[in-house]
Ligand binder design. Structure first.
Ligand SMILES: *Cc1c(COP(=O)(O)O)cnc(C)c1O
Length: 338
């Protein structure tokens, strides 16, 4: 949406790369090929990947923008839209990068606490967005690190009530019961972010994308670094989109393992939140994380107000059994020490 674009960015035009057919290419100071044609700069706009994704998502390539991970796109969206001192509103707890990117962009970050870390009071959230004149509202759905979801009905109410860009970060959508279609044609102020890092299990290639109205794509393209997604990543991304069966099988495995580990945790008196991501969030003892780490089992602990809370990623059956074994040992040792 052009309406919210930063004033100084309005004067910028997207970086244009020559796409003229050639016999001899001596226009970009590229070196001489010695390894698989990688001497050439990547396709700047990721045309083939956007076309392939567009088919999958039922969207035009012009409604898609590719990033070096979706994290890069969060930064780009703020670069394009956020003026100094303007407010970015999100829920709490959530993905810590939202606050970091806001600070980098000299914005003001406001967090609206979820009730018992699960439920969102939508009316109060909308009120705070209006009162703080939020320019950007960003919601991780399912939410990291809680794994909880906000219903699409509530999300739609937020988008339609606000005079702001709403960024829906759907990094974990494939593990959830949320509808997979996006509402970017219905709402011009909506940006949907997706990633290859989680359900597609390709965090190592750094690949994410945004779906939005083509005017929004044009806005973000004005500040995007040229050639932001490398050739190897584009190639692997295109190939991965043809391997849906394998990925779907993994997603189903993770979902059933998530419920198995939840039952196990509950049998031990822990209460993981109802998660629709590939992880469980629960309260433990302060030293649980370090005790598990001593046994070579890493789970994610948090500091500050989330001290004592943990996020456990669901892995393979063997990895999860390894977690259970380590966890049992920690529990037994704790009992003995009394
Ligand atoms: C993992 C994650 C991302 C994505 O990261 P990439 O940069 O695409 O690897 C984005 N948002 C949330 C909430 C995440 O948990």
């Amino acid at each position: 949406m052009y309406k919210y674009l930063r004033e100084d960015v309005k004067k910028l035009k997207p970086y244009q790369v020559n796409e003229i057919k050639y016999k001899i290419k001596l226009d970009a100071n590229e070196g001489i090929d010695w390894m698989d044609g990688l001497n050439k700069y990547p396709d700047d706009t990721c045309k083939s990947l956007r076309e392939k994704l567009g088919e999958r998502l039922n969207r035009k390539p012009s409604e898609i923008l590719i990033g070096n991970g979706s994290s890069e796109l969060i930064g780009y969206i703020m670069n394009a839209y956020l003026e100094i001192g303007e407010t970015v509103l999100s829920i709490w707890p959530t993905f810590s990068m939202y606050e970091i990117y806001t600070i980098i962009n000299k914005g003001k970050y406001r967090k609206f606490p979820l009730k018992d870390m699960v439920d969102l009071d939508v009316t109060a959230f909308i009120d705070l967005a209006k009162e703080s004149k939020a320019k950007l509202v960003i919601i991780s759905n399912p939410n990291n690190p809680t794994g909880t979801v906000i219903s699409m009905e509530d999300i739609r109410r937020i988008i339609s009530s606000l005079d702001a860009m709403v960024i829906l970060d759907e990094a974990y959508i494939e593990f959830s019961d949320l509808p997979i279609e996006d509402y970017t044609r219905e709402f011009e102020n909506l940006i949907v972010l997706r990633t290859f890092s989680k359900a597609m299990a390709l965090a190592g290639i750094r690949l994410g994308y945004m779906i939005a109205h083509e005017n929004t794509i044009d806005c973000v393209n004005r500040i995007r670094s040229p050639y932001n997604v490398n050739t190897l990543t584009q190639d692997v991304g295109i190939k991965a989109l043809d391997k849906h069966e394998e990925i779907d099988k993994n997603i189903e495995m993770v979902k059933s393992e998530r419920e198995r580990i939840r039952s196990y945790m509950e049998s031990k008196g822990y209460r993981p939140l109802p998660s629709q991501g590939n992880f469980l969030f629960f309260k433990g003892t302060k030293d649980l994380g370090s005790k598990l780490a001593n046994k070579g089992v890493l789970i994610r602990g948090f500091g500050g107000e989330l001290e004592g809370y943990y996020r456990l990623t669901i892995g393979t059956v063997e990895e999860n059994n390894g977690f259970i074994k380590g966890f049992e040992e920690v529990l037994n040792e704790t009992e003995q020490s009394y």
